[in-house]
Design a binder for this molecule. Structure first.
Ligand code: MIG
Length: 658
């Protein structure tokens, strides 16, 4: 059941598709009603906060893409979409704002969606172990309280409220290679050639900002890619989709049609004085389209046809928090301030002030207060709706694809997001690092994203920043082989980490073949999750709600109805401990047709796993279909499927075709 309360007069986010009548608007009454539904709830109007009592046995799941574990207890999280490439435990925000929580104990469970586009602080047992305090910068929000029998039912109810999740084309379940710095057609061709020579299946190669002309959206550099549509076709014929990046900022350049049109139509975000905000990102000086306006979305969305018309059928939207290197206004302020220090004897205080000045240029909160949006006809300062920007950029694309490509699915995923965007695209989890701890973070983010409707997601396999090693890349497959988005991506300047760069390329090949063998299962389970508003990847507790031990398991998850995975995420570990809530069949895969089987009883087990081995646990009474691998998803054949079973499971399985 869903109950809807309103605090103040929130800005409409359009994240919810089902109308649920508001129960009571008087602030005094909300307290009473919430407390009836969730004992221990207080509305702290003076503090602009809501307080919920947490019992010892409560687990708090949710919040989508954040740092730390699946159970969010014991930290403070802030919904404030941030371009931050250091995903450290101490951080409070990453790129997304996904304000849905699920609190569950043996006695009762409830979900809570705080629908408001500004800054929200979730103190989840951080200040006081036994309290969850949700503070809103402005005390305006739509609150949805979801109750149900168990976690799955609560998620289902919530997802019905926010509408169906984005479904990508099936080929987007294949493997994709990416790197920031594939500079030319030839470099891209080389990636395709080397994977082909190594016999490694591959469905896509990503084009990062380097393909554009001076980093202008909807352009292709004619020197680097002289015959772009021919090149797109050449790659398609080899079974490879090229997937270009699109950035949020539009370069200010005379004669550049996207700029000229946007300027003429008044589509860019404006400052208080009515002039267009000038920020700087990769293209140099840019304007930001006001994606909150439907006509701007329609206009920007139509520009994707520039690439669709050349045969492109997938995109990734970046820098849409929006990331700002600097604004022109603040840059000038900093120059003036620096001028003041010139010739002065810098004491400790002034030295640190002076030293810090340049560091205030990028992603400065002050800059997010310098510009405005036109929100349903009202002028609203950006920081009040900050978390809706990336959502609406991706929505612009998603809405355009429905118009421009009604018969063909287009791959779309975004960096920044808000609930509601899950209807238009997936997400990747941004600039992680080649760290062992980020394998675990990758695993832990996925169920939280699923709860919020984001099913198509994945991390930069091998890590984006920092240098990747062969063992890290291989162990990362223990997670990435199962994520809907499976992409190896790295930053410019880091060690090359395409799988053919390492000595054990053939071990990588065998494991990527396993991914392809799993695609019919993964795709079908994904479709079931999308259609039934269920989870694709879920914490053990969802399936074993009575299991005491399952409550505390933070490094194993279920993938679809049949399997559990337990990746090794510690360097040089020879295996790991695994907890089985019931008896399962261990499948220790080295390749799709090369694995050990062992029946293991419920309880704890130490399970050895060599570097090239991926651990899968088949649930009793379930079956796992495995296809014969192929070089591309489109070449997988249903006739060639084998079924691994455990117990008296019939080798029967419901497949979803595209
Ligand atoms: O400021 O386009 O997260 O995936 O490779 C960095 C270059 C901009 C950030 C993205 C990353 C991408 C990079 N971009």
């Amino acid at each position: 059941m869903i109950r809807h309360f309103r605090i103040g007069s929130p800005i409409e986010t359009e994240s919810v598709v089902r109308q649920v009548a508001v129960e009571e608007t008087e602030p005094g009454r909300i307290q009473e009603k919430l407390a009836q539904a969730v004992p221990g709830t207080k509305v702290l109007a003076a503090d602009k906060a809501l307080s919920f009592a947490l019992g010892d046995g409560d687990i708090v799941y949710g919040l989508g893409e954040t740092v730390r574990g699946m159970n969010k207890r014991g930290w403070l999280y802030q919904s404030n979409c941030s371009d931050d490439p250091y995903h450290l435990e101490e951080k409070h925000s990453l790129y997304a704002a996904q304000n849905f929580l699920l609190v569950t104990s043996k006695e009762r469970s409830y979900g809570l969606y705080v629908d408001t586009p500004g800054l929200v602080t979730f103190d989840i047992g951080y200040t006081k172990q036994g309290e969850m305090r949700i503070a809103l910068e402005d005390f305006d929000a739509e609150l949805y309280l979801v109750t149900g029998e168990d976690c799955r039912e609560i998620v289902r109810e919530f997802r019905e409220l926010i509408g169906p999740s984005y479904i990508p084309p099936k080929w987007a379940f294949g493997f994709g290679q990416s790197r920031w710095s594939y500079m030319t057609e030839d470099e891209v061709r080389e990636v395709a050639d080397r994977y082909q020579e190594a016999g490694v299946p591959l469905d896509s190669i990503y084009l990062d900002i380097d393909y554009m002309e001076r980093y202008k959206d909807f352009t292709v550099d004619p020197e680097k890619f002289p015959e772009f549509s021919d090149f797109v076709r050449e790659m398609k014929e080899r079974g490879i989709h090229l997937i270009p990046i699109i950035d949020a900022g539009v370069k200010i350049e005379e004669g550049y049609p996207v700029y000229e049109e946007g300027k003429e139509k008044g589509y860019f975000c404006k400052k208080e004085d009515g002039t267009d905000l000038v920020a700087a990102v990769w293209p140099g000086r840019v304007h930001f389209p006001d994606f909150l306006r439907p006509e701007v979305r329609e206009w920007f969305g139509n520009w994707y046809s520039f690439l669709l018309d050349q045969g492109i059928d997938g995109f990734w939207n970046d820098m849409n928090e929006p990331a700002i290197f600097y604004t022109e206004d603040h840059l000038n302020e900093v120059f003036e301030q620096i001028e003041d220090y010139k010739g002065k004897n810098l004491d400790i205080q002034s030295f640190f002030e002076f030293k810090g000045l340049v560091g205030t240029l990028d992603n400065n909160p002050e800059d997010y207060r310098r510009f405005y949006h036109d929100c349903h006809g009202k002028k609203v300062r950006h920081d009040k709706v900050h978390n809706l920007f990336g959502y609406n950029m991706t929505r612009a694309a998603g809405e355009a694809f429905e118009r421009l490509s009604p018969d063909k699915k287009i791959l779309m995923f975004s960096r920044s997001s808000y609930i509601g965007m899950h209807r238009y695209g997936g997400i990747w989890t941004g600039d992680n690092r080649s760290w062992w701890s980020h394998i675990l973070l990758n695993l832990q983010q996925l169920p939280a994203l699923n709860m919020c409707g984001f099913l198509y997601s994945g991390a930069d396999t091998g890590g984006f920043s920092a240098d990747c090693t062969e063992d890290l890349a291989m162990r990362w497959l223990g997670v990435s082989l199962f994520t809907p988005l499976f992409r190896n991506h790295a930053a410019m300047g880091t060690r090359r980490q395409e799988f053919y760069q390492f000595e054990r390329t053939q071990d990588f090949r065998r494991l990527i073949e396993l991914r392809y063998a799993l695609v019919p299962y993964l795709y079908s389970e994904f479709r079931k999750a999308a259609e039934k508003n269920g989870m694709y990847i879920e914490p053990l507790l969802f399936a074993y709600p009575q299991d005491e031990r399952a409550r505390g398991i933070e490094d194993q998850v279920l993938v679809g109805e049949s399997i559990m995975i337990a990746p090794v995420y510690v360097q040089n570990a020879a295996g790991r401990y695994v907890y089985l809530p019931e008896e399962m069949k261990l499948l220790r895969f080295r390749g799709w047709d090369d694995y050990d089987e062992e029946e293991l009883g419920a309880g704890d087990h130490y399970v050895p796993a060599r570097l090239n081995e991926v651990l899968v646990f088949l649930r009793k009474g379930k079956c796992l279909p495995l296809a014969k691998p192929a070089m591309h998803v489109s070449e997988l054949r249903e006739e060639e499927i084998r079924y691994l079973t455990y117990g008296d499971a019939a080798p029967e399985y419901t497949f979803y075709e595209e």
